[in-house]
Design a protein around this ligand. Structure first.
Ligand SMILES: Cc1ncc(COP(=O)(O)O)c(C=O)c1O
Length: 445
């Protein structure tokens, strides 16, 4: 992981409230990388740091590579278990795999309609109605993208102008920071505070949220169920956000990728369902998490026609389209029976409880999530200087990769005693992790 001057993590740090970018990436590698082959002899060409700097955009310099994906590489380097990145280590549903194979067998090899294969859009619209009571026209309101990741950046590029502000709850899924920078918008963060005793909800201050909205606000990003906190936003909280969007003529861009992974009777409510919000909400979702196929890269944005038209244009020029055969398989996934979703949530609840018990036994304060498949923890009891030295110890000495909490915050110092674990793993993986975690406890004593 790259380091800044203080030796702290190069977590994805971005412009905070001050609007001052934390430019921390130096294009140093370019200096020695340029090699020209002349005949059989390699000739090294040196580019001065000043010249090299000009070759990299200011935007790209304002954020670092993904800490989460870097932790996956660390796990591979040290042969550690990967509880860092949120991808399952178990199989995807057989029906989806068969459908993907069949689609390739049937020569579904060429570009699909750029905004998505018709049958997939129909399946998405049907499910949005079944699960959330939303009225969605598959011809006008849906753009299928390369994962919800592309749906988010395409949406932001489609709606923001320089100087616009995006309200974002913090800690946040690390992509949103660079997404805001790439789209030329300024993020404004509103704190989510952990429950004092570890079992309640993460909450935000109403006054702080109200103050974050102003005449520059273009949109608020709401990720529910939430990564990394596991918070499921309540109806009252969503109603407050909706009221502010309407007051300030702002959009809500909701990331609902963990829609079906909820626990303890929590209810997932789509913002678009609330009064007056369907015309100002972009609902983002995808198949990665619900069907355990994070590598397939199929997601979508549901939006009113005006916004969909803009998103479709951006999407077309970004990627043209999502993988055609996998769109066919996604349509099959969206047609699985209700029992699939019940079992999905039950399986994750079992994994959540197992990891929570293991982390608690090992000496962590683990915040119990109500949704998604991550567990934020407080590591103060271990006496490490910060989250980065702790996760380094964890990956090298204990054999477990986790994500430093600071990577979910905009300012350095924040989250420095927090670490996130993913539990989208087989029972056997979690059992082995539980055994290894106990070794930190022994080391500490
Ligand atoms: C909140 C959130 N949104 C989006 C994504 C990425 O989704 P996709 O695979 O559809 O791009 C993730 C993956 O971890 C996530 O946690």
């Amino acid at each position: 992981m790259a380091k800044n001057g203080s030796g702290k993590s190069q977590a994805t740090k971005i412009a905070g409230r001050s609007g001052v970018a934390a430019a921390k990436v130096k294009p140093a590698r370019l200096k020695s990388a340029a090699i020209i082959r002349a005949g059989s002899r390699a000739q090294a060409v040196s580019i001065t740091p000043g010249a090299a700097k000009r070759l990299v955009s200011e935007k790209a310099e304002r954020f670092t590579e993904s800490v989460i994906r870097e932790m996956t590489r660390q796990a591979q380097l040290h042969g550690a278990m990967n509880l860092a990145q949120g991808f399952p280590d178990f199989s995807a549903p057989a029906e989806l795999k068969r459908a993907a194979q069949q689609a390739i067998e049937n020569d579904v090899n060429q570009y699909a309609i750029t905004w998505g294969a018709k049958n997939l859009r129909q399946a998405i619209a049907r499910q949005a109605t079944t699960w959330q009571g939303m009225e969605v026209d598959p011809e006008k309101n849906i753009t299928v993208c390369c994962g919800s990741t592309e749906a988010m950046i395409a949406s932001l590029l489609a709606v923001t102008n320089p100087g616009d502000e995006i309200v974002c709850f913090e800690p946040y899924y690390e992509n949103y920071g660079p997404d805001a920078i790439l789209s030329g918008a300024r993020p404004r963060f509103v704190s989510l505070r952990p429950p004092a005793n570890g079992t309640g909800e993460w909450t935000f201050d109403e006054g702080e949220l109200r103050r974050a909205f102003n005449r520059h606000t273009k949109a608020v990003i709401v990720n529910t169920p939430n990564n990394p906190t596991g918070k499921v936003f309540t109806r009252a909280e969503l109603q407050l956000i909706a009221e502010l969007c309407q007051q300030h003529n702002a959009l809500a861009i909701t990331d609902e990728i963990y829609e079906h992974i909820i626990y303890d009777g929590a209810e997932h409510i789509s913002m678009a369902r609330l009064d007056g919000m369907s015309e100002r909400t972009i609902t983002i979702n995808g198949i990665s998490k619900t069907y355990s196929v994070t590598g397939w890269r199929v997601g979508w944005a549901i939006a009113p026609a005006l916004l969909s038209n803009a998103i479709r244009k951006v999407h077309d020029f970004l990627t043209v389209g999502a993988p055609a055969p996998l769109q066919e398989a996604a349509a099959v996934g969206l047609s699985l029976p209700q029992t699939y979703y019940v079992e999905l949530a039950q399986g994750y609840r079992r994994r959540r409880d197992r990891l929570h018990a293991a982390l608690t036994e090992a000496g962590f304060k683990a915040y119990m999530p109500r949704g998604a498949y991550y567990m934020m923890t407080d590591i103060r009891s271990f006496g490490f200087a910060d989250d980065v030295s702790f996760t380094r110890h964890l990956v090298k000495e204990i054999g477990i990769a986790a994500v430093p909490g600071s990577s979910f915050y905009s300012q350095s110092g924040q989250g420095s005693q927090q670490v996130r674990f993913a539990f989208c793993k087989k029972d056997a993986t979690l059992e082995e992790a539980a055994r290894r975690l106990l070794r930190i406890g022994k080391k500490r004593n």
